[in-house]
Design a protein around this ligand. Sequence first.
Ligand code: NAD
Length: 283
Amino acid sequence: MKTFQKVGVLGAGMMGAEIALCCARAGMDVVMKEITRELADQGKKRIDTILSKQVEKGKLEASEKTAILNRVTAVDTYSGFENADLVIEAILEVLEIKHKAYKELDEICKPDCIIASNTSSISITRLASAARQDRFIGLHFFSPASIMKLVEVIPGLLSSEETIAAGMEFCQAIGKTPVKVKNVEGFVVNRILCALMNEAYKLLDEGVATIEDIDTACQLGLGHPVGPFRLSDNISLDLLDKVHGILTGAYGERFKLPNAFREKLDAGHIGRKAGQGWYDYRK
Ligand SMILES: NC(=O)c1ccc[n+]([C@@H]2O[C@H](COP(=O)([O-])OP(=O)(O)OC[C@H]3O[C@@H](n4cnc5c(N)ncnc54)[C@H](O)[C@@H]3O)[C@@H](O)[C@H]2O)c1
């Protein structure tokens, strides 16, 4: 059984910082790399903010917060990656950028270090072709990663049995529930989610119900914590457009986005981060 004393996290954006927090909370040392010192510090600040809220709510002792923060080292070089047992990559969703990073990691990391990608949409086998194909795996976290319990564990074609077992064990070690999933476009969750969202957009397009009523229907009729329109705004419509494009390429017309979605996208109303999406956040 592989032990994980030290984890490297590449990227300290929305996912990377929260993944780093999950590892540090489980007692692991974490080195979190960004492209600049400022972005690395911003990632650590994001962790600080999440932990401070938990302290305010009485869910965490201030001393525990300090101990967790002290386990995370934010860097803008690969310093500290040389003795990591696992590196989780959570950088931009661009194949060439990820491949370049894996080649750099292969030079620096110890031979038995596993490289994992948090990609939402790129084939794990294709990602793994840059380096360490047998010690490469997909670990797909969900946003916000510090709260969501699920991780999809996706072996590539050449991932070894040891690597797959280690991926599952790592998820359990940080308190997550792993599910093993084949390397197909959208994996399990995004395929189901995008089908649901597309149906919601189509209902709107057909004038069957309003945005608010469709969200209420999913919340109260299906027990979802937020409805599909609110969730689209949180994820952002530009990212969803990319994911739907990949799913349409793989599975055909059933994932093609309807006109109501295109109009929002063209208007620049891409969600919460833009101040407007399906809902208005400017107030
Ligand atoms: N946002 C989501 O809900 C979500 C969910 C699951 C998976 N993902 C996946 O996680 C990955 C990251 O997504 P995100 O939403 O956190 O993106 P993000 O844009 O918030 O963060 C990515 C960060 O990576 C940094 N970066 C780029 N190249 C780097 C390099 N070579 N070394 C170190 N840092 C580098 C960028 O500066 C940026 O801060 C993507 O592959 C995405 O598909 C995202």
